[in-house]
Every structure is written in structure tokens, then in C-alpha cells.
Ligand binder design. Structure first.
Ligand SMILES: NC(=O)c1ccc[n+]([C@@H]2O[C@H](COP(=O)([O-])OP(=O)(O)OC[C@H]3O[C@@H](n4cnc5c(N)ncnc54)[C@H](O)[C@@H]3O)[C@@H](O)[C@H]2O)c1
Length: 341
């Protein structure tokens, strides 16, 4: 029998997950929930299943085995908790929340229910990055240097406020902070600095365009951020991120390890030292994180990026902004829920 799959939040990134799910014969798409009813109906017409504006109605009417959650970061909470109450497994896009209190609430609900969870940290499932993880195993790590440069604000109209997105560290650079944890282990302390180096107010007569945005009303997030990270292993790390408009996306890492210098460029990697090589990610690499979730739900086993991993990576982002607020280093232990080390 096919896995009954529902979707909550069917905007931009959900289209990738919908197409990926539709391509699988062992999955039946049974319903879609979006606060934008027209969008839910449009997706239902294209991919099958019924349209809802309430997640609870989707859960109770369609009885999905699992759901894929792709809402804006500030919309999490009830969606996951009501799923847990009904034993519905969930895949959730990063970041899992914009604050630790809500992430902890959902974590406790997931733990109590025993549902299977996966967070959409897709870079962890890229084959070249997994190869790098193997190459680094057992080596002393010195420097984990990450960057996340974007050529402006994404199109969805909620990225520009702290309340809705959590800021670039929480919403976007979380990909690299999570990958740093994947490659180098947990972080002990974070020091952060933020800046806003340009005026994002739309000029008089400005006409919004499609694609990456260079102006936004109500913009209240830093546009440029730098972090220094102490890893528990003893390695040092840095993260530089900016949304100040320039020519292109540029996302990646340098990792300095004993005997090896690794360069990660998006999902691909190259390395040099006591061995050298390079690996390019397959074109469909972003689908692997969802497919692992679906395979695991069908087999009844926990996927490799459970909700608690999302909580721990969120804590690194929040520690960065908290460090700016306190003008002092912030220990992850101060932010993580009890029992999460
Ligand atoms: N892994 C990746 O590569 C990747 C890429 C893009 C976005 N994302 C993540 O996916 C999430 C969604 O981003 P997006 O770009 O698709 O945003 P989006 O704005 O295009 O889509 C979000 C959808 O959720 C709906 N929504 C809002 N509140 C809701 C609620 N309470 N219940 C149900 N639906 C609700 C909106 O109407 C919209 O259709 C974000 O967390 C983002 O970080 C991940």
C-alpha cells in the first residue's frame, strides 16, 4: 500500500517536494493545506489530493501517514504538535522555528509521540559532502570557514523581518551552520557581529520586480553578519553571510584539517593534501533528504536528520544574534533545551 502523504505550506520550495513525491510509485499525495486557499487548490488540481486551509482538517479527513511542512519559519508550532498528537510523521523545512521556546515545545511533542522526523538540511545528503565527512574522520580539524552570500532578498514577502524569518543567520545561513556541525561536530560558543550597510527602503516610484529583491518595506534584519565559533573538538570556525545585492549566490566552506584542505562549493567539493580529488553533486541531489524521509517512514526507522538536529543548528544561529545583543560570547549550553547537549 502506498504511503499517504500530505503537504502543509505549498509555496516555493514545496514545488520541489511535490514533484519529488509525485515521481514515486510508493507515495500517494492525499492533501494540501495552505493559508492561501487558492494556492492549495491550484496544487491539489496539479498533484492530486484535496485542498485545505486548516492542517487539523487535512489530518482528520485524509489521515496521512506523513506530512511535508514548508511554511515560513514563524508559522511552525501547531502544525507539528497536532501532527504528533495523531502519530503523523513529519518532514520539516529548515529552520525549525525562529525561537528556542517554540522549537523546544515541538521537540517535546515529537519525543512524546515517537513520530519519525526529518529536517530539510539537504546539503548533508549531497554525496560529495558525505565523502568529505569520511575524509575528515579522525583528522585534527583546525578551521571551519563558511560563507553564505546571496544576491539580495528572496522573493517570498517575509524574509525581511526578524519576526517572520528570524534573520539571515536563522533562515539561510543555517544551512552552513548545520553543515559545520555535520563536518566538525557541536559548537561550544559563538561570538557575533551584525551590520546593515545599505538602505533597503524602496526609492520613490519603485516598482517591485520578480526574482531577488533589492528593496523591501519594513526591512528590519541585519544585511551582513560575521560569527566566530568555538567547536567542542577544539577547531575554530567562522561564518560570513550577507544579502547585500551583488552578482550571484556563493555558498560554501573551506575546512583546514591535518593533512587536508577541503573546499566545499554548494553541494560539490574538492580537496588537496595527503590525498586529492574532487566530486560534483548529481543534478537531483536536493531530493535526497526528502527521499530518505519517505524511505524511512515506509520502513519504520528514524531518518538521519531528526528534529533535535534542527533544534541544535537553530541554537547556533540564535547564539550569533544573542551574542550581538549581549556584546559577549554566548555558550550554546545557555540556549539549548534541557537534556539536549
Ligand atoms: N532547503 C532549501 O533549499 C529551501 C529553499 C527555499 C526555502 N526553504 C525553506 O522552506 C520554507 C518555506 O519557504 P518558501 O520559499 O517555500 O516560502 P513561500 O512563502 O514561497 O511558501 C510558504 C507557503 O506557506 C504558506 N503558509 C504560511 N503560513 C501558513 C500556515 N500557518 N499554514 C499553512 N500554510 C502556511 C504560505 O501561504 C505559502 O504558500 C522556509 O522555511 C524556507 O527556509 C528551504
Amino acid at each position: 500500500m502506498a504511503l499517504r502523504l500530505g503537504f502543509v505550506g505549498v509555496g516555493g520550495i514545496a514545488q520541489r517536494h511535490l514533484n519529488g513525491a509525485q515521481a514515486r510509485e510508493d507515495v500517494e499525495i492525499v492533501g494540501h493545506c495552505d493559508v492561501d486557499e487558492a494556492r492549495a487548490k491550484e496544487v491539489a488540481a496539479k498533484f492530486g489530493g484535496r485542498a485545505y486551509t486548516s492542517p487539523v482538517e487535512l489530518y482528520d479527513n485524509e489521515k496521512p501517514d506523513a506530512i511535508v511542512i514548508s511554511t515560513p519559519p514563524s508559522a511552525h508550532g501547531e502544525i507539528e504538535e497536532e501532527a504528533c498528537r495523531r502519530g503523523i510523521h513529519f518532514f520539516v523545512e529548515k529552520p525549525v522555528a525562529v525561537n528556542m521556546a517554540l522549537a523546544e515545545r515541538v521537540l517535546r511533542a515529537a519525543e512524546a509521540s515517537g513520530v519519525l522526523t526529518q529536517v530539510g538540511y539537504m546539503y548533508r545528503k549531497s554525496a560529495p559532502i558525505r565523502q568529505v565527512q569520511e575524509l575528515l574522520r579522525g583528522r585534527a580539524l583546525a578551521m571551519v570557514q563558511a560563507h553564505f552570500y546571496m544576491p539580495g532578498l528572496p522573493g517570498a514577502p517575509w524574509y525581511e523581518t526578524m519576526a517572520d524569518s528570524g534573520g539571515q543567520l536563522v533562515e539561510q545561513a543555517t544551512h552552513m551552520l548545520d553543515l559545520g556541525r555535520f563536518l566538525a561536530g557541536d559548537v561550544r560558543t559563538v561570538i557575533g557581529r551584525t551590520a546593515r550597510v545599505r538602505d533597503w527602503t524602496p526609492p520613490p516610484g519603485f516598482q517591485p520586480q520578480s526574482g531577488m529583491r533589492h528593496f523591501a518595506e519594513g526591512f528590519d534584519i541585519p544585511d551582513t553578519t560575521a560569527l566566530i565559533l568555538d567547536y567542542e573538538s577544539g577547531a575554530l570556525g567562522t561564518l560570513s553571510c550577507s544579502i547585500v545585492p551583488q552578482g550571484q549566490w556563493d555558498v560554501g566552506f573551506k575546512v583546514v584539517a591535518e593533512g587536508l584542505l577541503v573546499t566545499i562549493d554548494g553541494p560539490s567539493a574538492r580537496w588537496t593534501g595527503d590525498e586529492s580529488g574532487e566530486a560534483t553533486a548529481a543534478e537531483d541531489w536536493p531530493l535526497a533528504v526528502l527521499y530518505e524521509f519517505l524511505d524511512c517512514v515506509i520502513a519504520g526507522r528514524q531518518p538521519s536528520i531528526p528534529y533535535v538536529e534542527g533544534v541544535k543548528s537553530l541554537a547556533v544561529s540564535l547564539a550569533g544574534y544573542e551574542s550581538v545583543a549581549r556584546n559577549a560570547p554566548v555558550a550554546l549550553a545557555d540556549l539549548l533545551p534541557q537534556g539536549v547537549a
